[in-house]
Design a protein around this ligand. Structure first.
Ligand code: SAH
Length: 249
């Protein structure tokens, strides 16, 4: 097997937020595989083949990419943000685990990218300055009861919580349910940030409190950050202090 496969993340959107290592990997590839809008972020090269697919068929796409690599092609699988965060890198390894045993001998690499949570945090200040966690609200691949259990546990542990996939046309009600779960544990004035199109020229921030948070502020390009009890505002910025030690009196 002489081909190779690299899974890259193109960052949140803006060209400058794509890493040089990812740009190099993309320039070296003979074949690009990915969801159409992510492939559109890659400069066109006449000699490269593009295999655009629908967003939903991740495992199929991963198998296709692995068979191309097994046939000797230099394949780049293109994700948004970071490829390891709710994205294609894990899909590739799932496909390796379930597929042709020879795929385990392929040259497979992952190039990191700037994930939405980091770009969103940077838009508002430093809300991820203390301990935080990330939860995807999509129940396509896990039960809603699992999501509820994790939301409750994260709220009880006073993590800052980054919510990926807060809403889509097929799942319009889940963010409202998630807020209901969080309101049972966290106080009403907990900071809630809706950051849409973070790390792009169209970035938009809505900063509010858990008691007033309106789930319709989020769509599938929004990252929602729920503050910890220490998350606060200073001037125009929102941050979570690094220290949680009591100030000695
Ligand atoms: N691998 C991606 C995440 C894929 S899940 C990453 O690392 O960023 C898709 C979800 O990511 C979206 O529903 C949204 O919640 C979030 N997202 C992706 N790009 C975003 C952006 N530019 N601004 C805000 N949220 C974004």
């Amino acid at each position: 097997m002489t081909g190779s496969l690299v899974v890259v993340g193109t960052g949140p959107g803006k060209a400058e937020l794509m890493t040089p290592a990812t740009q190099t990997a993309l320039a070296r590839a003979t074949d690009l595989v990915g969801y159409g809008p992510y492939l559109d972020r890659v400069p066109k090269r006449a000699w490269q083949r593009r295999h655009a697919s629908d967003n939903k068929v991740e495992l199929e796409r991963a198998c296709h990419a692995l068979s191309l690599a097994a046939a000797g092609r230099r394949v780049a699988v293109v994700s948004g943000g970071d490829p390891g965060v709710f994205a294609m890198a894990a899909a590739v390894f799932e496909a390796v685990e379930a597929g042709d045993r020879r795929w385990r001998d392929l040259d497979i690499r992952v190039e990191p990218g700037v994930t939405a949570m980091l770009a969103a945090a940077a838009e508002v200040g430093a809300p991820l300055g203390g301990d935080f966690c990330a939860i995807s609200l999509s129940d396509n691949l896990k039960a809603w009861s699992t999501i509820e259990r994790r939301l409750k546990a994260a709220a009880e542990a006073d993590f800052v919580i980054a919510l990926y996939n807060p809403a889509s046309k097929a799942r319009p009600h889940q963010l409202g349910h998630a807020f209901d779960v969080l309101r049972q544990v966290k106080v009403k004035d907990t900071a809630v940030l809706f950051v849409r199109a973070a790390g792009t020229a169209d970035a938009k921030v809505v900063a509010t409190a858990l008691g007033a948070a309106d789930p319709s502020c989020a769509d599938m390009r929004t990252l929602v950050i729920i503050g910890a009890s220490t998350t606060r505002q200073v001037g125009r910025w929102i941050y979570t202090p690094r220290s949680e030690r009591e100030v000695a009196s």
